[in-house]
Design a protein. Structure first.
Length: 129
């Protein structure tokens, strides 16, 4: 086999098909079309992406219970800041970061991101009436 169908490649790499399509449009992934028009990804590209993701996801000092992997659902930018919403499983995580950071990370709806929570304590209550 000279290449993988996009769904097979996505499963092997551990990303969504939409992510691979985004990478292809951005020039981060090369593909070709079969005679039947199916998008194929070379085996060497899949190997390269797996190696890159292994390096990116290598263990860090961050506690994994504080990391919420998910998909960016909304990014609201102004001149200085950006409000980023991530759907991480059943949890909606909202973060206020600098616009510069959002731009450098390329945050747009539909891409994968990891929200890392670092706080000593956060509580919200309503008084009894």
């Amino acid at each position: 086999m000279d290449g993988y169908r996009i769904g097979e490649a996505a499963k092997l790499i551990g990303v969504r098909v939409e992510t691979l399509r985004t990478w292809e449009r951005a020039g981060k992934l090369s593909t070709w079309r079969s005679p039947g028009g199916q998008r194929l990804i070379p085996e060497a590209e899949v190997a390269r992406l797996l190696a890159e993701r292994r390096i990116e996801t290598s263990p860090t000092l961050t506690s994994r219970r504080n990391a919420f992997p998910g998909v960016v659902t909304k990014v609201t930018r102004d001149k200085i800041s950006a409000l980023v919403e991530i759907q991480a499983g059943p949890h909606r995580v909202v973060s206020l970061i600098t616009r510069e950071a959002a731009d450098e990370l390329g945050l747009v709806p539909g891409i994968e991101a990891i929200a890392t929570v670092k706080a000593t304590s956060v509580m919200v209550e309503r008084p009894e009436r």
